[in-house]
Design a protein around this ligand. Structure first.
Ligand code: CTP
Length: 411
């Protein structure tokens, strides 16, 4: 059964030489099914049993083969690969590889990656039963375990060499299960979360626009925190100067209209929609096709019209499965205004934010908020936006636990 327990996890699958190497293709696919991003590395001997092309096609990434290949090392070298991975899984791991791992060697790509790793490392041994039973193999295994490497012990049964005993590569579903167990389940594991962030820009003419002071910092921090919690995150952002959050899909937009289209595109399959963007409420009724010149008729009057209310459009079509969270940016009557928006926009939760206080306002790194639901009010004390985002994601996940049943009861 798919648990999505590896959502957002990066797994480097290392393949060593042995007949079970052909099973690495299946391992790669099943890791992906659990939500993992997979890269692969092979020893020279592994390439005698399965072609790099197979793993390249399945992982959709080049296969890493050589320690001393300047081309691959300059693209993503052994140190970068070790830093990239959350888990290095060597499956199958041959007796020879385990012996070299136990010695702390670093004279080929896969051993060098393991030596450089600070992340979780696991091996799934596969070998002939006599090789498995040898004292030296068991000593090597004990040594690898003693340095914190997990060993997914082999199964018993008929072996490719025709003998019967312990040494077969563990069945693929069991390897995947053990890999999943190395990670705690994130509170939003497998959920799709869409976040809007930043300001929008409404064009006046080709070079001018109406916008606001939103920096996007809080929305980006929420996208990061949701990804950290195991969610598949789509961040739909107006123009900001911020780097793309790690492990979130970023869709860049400019205007409220474009943001609405991008959001509506994403709604199917979404579990949580968090509308943090400071969407412009007005746009020019007509956008001038050319630069407006200052020597027209003295003063200039621009007629404005309302932009779509993205959040309300979403709650109109959302059905019972989508949990919606709004932000109320207020300069006065914070809780009263936030409560009205909660009701009017038919939200499941709103985060009331006092933007008149410059210490916690649009461009600051700090924030403080009150989270309101139809039944509860929770204060999020002043903290940096990253911490506040994590606290908010925790609250959303708690609310989400009872949400399906509550929503069905309400309808
Ligand atoms: N919002 C939206 N689309 C808009 C305006 C706002 O989706 N055109 C969302 C914001 O992302 C936020 C919530 O609605 O989650 C409240 O936004 P806010 O600017 O506080 O309030 P408004 O609804 O714009 O109302 P007002 O300007 O009167 O305070």
């Amino acid at each position: 059964m798919i648990s999505n327990q590896l959502t957002n996890k990066r797994v480097l699958l290392g393949v060593t030489g042995g007949i079970a190497a052909y099973k690495s293709a299946e391992i790669c696919r099943r890791l992906q099914d659990e939500g993992a991003e997979v890269r692969t590395a092979m020893t020279a001997a592994a390439q005698e049993f399965i072609t790099p092309l197979t793993l390249q096609a399945l992982s959709k990434n080049p296969v890493h083969l050589d320690l001393l290949d300047p081309e691959t090392e300059s693209a993503m070298g052994h140190i970068e690969l070790a830093r990239w991975a959350d888990l290095i899984l060597i499956a199958p791991a041959s007796a020879n590889f385990i012996s070299r791992l136990a010695q702390g060697r670093g004279d080929d790509l896969l051993t060098a990656i393991c030596l450089a790793a600070d992340c979780k490392v696991a091996i799934a041994p596969a070998m002939n039963r006599s090789m498995w039973e040898k004292e030296v193999t068991q000593k090597n295994l004990a040594q690898t375990k003693s340095v914190g490497i997990s060993v997914f012990a082999p199964g018993e049964g008929e072996q490719a060499c025709g003998e019967t005993g312990v040494g077969r590569l563990l069945d693929v579903p069991d390897i995947i299960l053990l890999a999943c167990e190395l990670f705690e389940t994130g509170v939003l594991s497998g959920k799709k979360v869409v976040v809007t962030a930043g300001p929008t820009r409404e064009a006046i003419d080709p070079i001018r626009y109406i916008s606001n002071h939103s920096s996007g910092k809080q929305g980006y921090a929420i996208a990061e925190a949701a990804a950290e919690a195991g969610a598949n995150v789509v961040l739909i952002s107006g123009p900001t100067n911020l780097p793309k959050p790690d492990r979130a899909q970023l869709i860049k937009v400019e205007s409220a209209g474009q943001m609405l289209d991008a959001v509506l595109d994403q709604v199917p399959g979404t579990d949580v929609f968090i509308s943090v963007a400071a969407v412009a409420d007005f746009k020019t009724k007509l956008t001038a096709p050319n630069k407006i010149k200052k020597n027209v008729n003295g003063n200039l009057t621009i007629e404005l019209s309302r932009t779509p209310d993205i959040l309300s459009e979403v709650t109109k079509i959302k059905g019972n499965h989508l949990f919606t969270v709004g932000f109320a940016a207020e300069t006065e009557n914070l809780l009263e205004n936030a409560n009205s928006k909660l009701k009017e926009k038919k939200l499941d939760m709103i985060v009331a934010n006092d933007v008149s206080d410059s210490e916690i306002g649009f461009n600051s790194d700090l924030n403080e908020a009150t989270v309101l639901t139809p039944k509860t009010s929770i204060n999020l004390p002043k903290a940096n936006k990253t911490q506040l985002a994590r606290n908010l994601i925790e609250i959303i996940s708690e609310q989400l636990a009872g949400f399906g049943t509550d929503a069905r009861a309400r309808s």
